[in-house]
Design a binder for this molecule. Structure first.
Ligand code: 1CP
Length: 346
C-alpha cells in the first residue's frame, strides 16, 4: 500500500488535494550525496548494475527533495545492450557504442532480450527499491521509445542531428522497421517485467522525437509507442516526446494516461487541442532553476497557473541540469506543494 499515491491518482485523472511533483533526472549529479557515492565507484555502469547502489541513489532525491515519486536509477541504453549491442559511458562525454548497426545482418544478429536474463539487475534494483521505500511514494519505471533507441544504436553516440539514424529512415525504411519491431518487442517485455517487479507507473522517453519530420515521426515512432501503450494496461503510462509538437493530436489517441510536455510547449494550447482525457506533465524550463529563490518561485507559479490545478503532474520540461543548486530544486518542489493547495481553495 502506498502512503502517498498523488502521482497515480493524478495520472488516472482523479482529483487530488494538491499537484504531485517530481523531476526528470532527479537522481544524479545535482545531489552531493550522489556525487560522493559515484566518486567511490569505477563508473556509471557499476552504479546501474549493482541493485543495492541503484536503489540507494533512487531514494536519495525522495529523502533530500521530498518529491512525490522515485524513478528507478538506470538508463535507456540498457536496452540496446540487452539486445546484444553494449554501451560505454564516458566520463563527462556521455554514451558510446563501440559497434553500431549498419546493415541487415547487424539487425538480424540482435536478439529480442529476455528481461530476467539480460536486464535482471534492473528488475532486482526495482525490487530492492520497493522494499526500501516501504510505500512512501510510487516508483516510476522507464524505457526509451523505439525511435530514440534506434537513433543511438545507429549513430553510436549522442548527436545534434542524428543524421546517420535519419538517413536510414530514407535509405532503408524496411530495415528501420525491422529494427524498430525488435526494439519494441524487447521494450514491451522489459516494461511488463518492471511492472511485475513493482514499478507503479512507466514513462517512455522519446528524447529525439523533435528531429523527425511529422510524417516520419508518425511512421517510425508514434505507431511503436502506441503498441507499447496498448501492451501495458496494468499501470498508467506517460509518454514524453521532446519536441514532438506536431504529434500532440495523435498522442491524444494513445492508450496512455499522461503526456509529458517540454518547455517549448504551451500547456493551455495543448489542453485545448487534446481535451480533458489526459493528464499533462511538465514543463518548467530547467534554466528557470538558475534564478534566485524568488525567481524560481515566480516561474513555478506561472507554470502552475498555465496547467490549472487538475490533471497536472508538475515537472521540468526536460531533465534537471547537473549544475543546478539543489536548494532551488527544493524551492520548486515546495512552491508546487504550497501554491497548488491555495489554487484549489480558490
Ligand atoms: O555518470 C553520470 O552520472 C552520467 C550522467 C547520467 C545519469 C545520471 C546518464 C548518462 N544517465 C543517467 C541516469 C538516467 N538516464 C536516468 C535516471 C533516473 C532519473 O531521471 O533520475 C534516466 C531516466 C535516464 C534516461 C536517459 N538516458 C535518456 C532519456 C531522458 C532524457 O534525458 O532525454 C537519455 C537520452 C539517456 C542517454 C544518456 N545517458 C547519459 C547521458 C549523458 C545521456 C544523453 C546523451 C546524449 O546527449 O545523447
Amino acid at each position: 500500500m502506498l502512503k502517498n499515491d498523488l502521482l497515480l491518482r493524478a495520472a488516472r485523472g482523479e482529483e487530488t488535494e494538491r499537484t504531485p511533483v517530481w523531476l526528470m533526472r532527479q537522481a544524479g549529479r545535482i545531489l552531493p550525496e550522489y556525487r560522493a557515492l559515484r566518486a567511490r565507484l569505477s563508473g556509471f555502469k557499476e552504479l546501474v548494475e549493482t541493485p543495492e547502489l541503484a536503489a540507494e541513489v533512487t531514494i536519495q532525491p525522495v529523502d533530500a527533495l521530498d518529491v512525490d515519486a522515485a524513478i528507478i536509477f538506470s538508463d535507456i541504453l540498457v536496452v540496446p545492450e540487452a539486445m546484444g549491442l553494449p554501451y560505454e559511458m564516458l566520463e563527462a562525454r556521455g554514451p558510446l557504442f563501440p559497434t553500431t548497426i549498419k546493415s541487415a545482418k547487424d539487425v538480424q544478429n540482435l536478439r529480442i532480450a529476455d528481461p530476467e536474463e539480460h536486464l535482471g539487475y534492473v528488475l532486482e534494483a526495482i525490487r530492492v527499491t520497493k522494499r526500501a521505500l516501504n510505500g512512501r511514494v510510487p516508483l516510476i519505471g522507464f524505457a526509451g521509445a523505439p525511435w530514440t533507441i534506434l537513433a543511438y544504436m545507429v549513430e553510436g553516440h549522442g548527436s545534434k542531428t542524428f543524421s546517420k539514424a535519419r538517413r536510414l529512415l530514407y535509405a532503408e525504411p524496411e530495415l528501420a522497421h525491422e529494427l524498430l519491431r525488435k526494439i519494441t518487442a524487447t521494450t514491451i517485455a522489459y516494461l511488463k517485467a518492471q511492472v511485475a517487479a513493482g514499478a507503479n507507473l512507466v514513462q517512455v522517453f522519446d528524447s529525439w522525437a523533435g528531429i523527425l519530420p511529422p510524417a516520419h515521426y508518425h511512421e517510425f515512432s508514434t505507431c511503436y509507442i502506441a503498441e507499447i501503450c496498448d501492451a501495458i494496461p496494468e499501470v498508467p503510462v506517460t509518454v514524453f516526446a521532446k519536441g514532438a509538437y506536431f504529434a500532440i493530436p495523435e498522442f491524444a489517441r494513445l492508450n496512455c494516461r499522461t503526456i509529458g510536455l517540454d518547455w517549448n510547449e504551451d500547456p493551455r494550447a495543448v489542453r485545448a487541442a487534446i481535451g480533458n482525457d489526459k493528464t499533462l506533465q511538465g514543463n518548467l524550463d530547467p534554466c528557470a532553476l538558475y534564478g534566485t529563490a524568488e525567481q524560481v518561485q515566480h516561474a513555478t507559479i506561472q507554470m502552475l497557473k498555465q496547467f490549472g490545478p487538475h490533471r497536472h503532474i508538475a515537472n521540468l520540461g526536460h531533465g534537471v541540469y547537473p549544475d543546478t543548486n539543489p536548494d532551488n530544486v527544493k524551492v520548486f518542489v515546495n512552491t508546487v506543494k504550497e501554491f497548488s493547495v491555495l489554487a484549489r481553495e480558490g
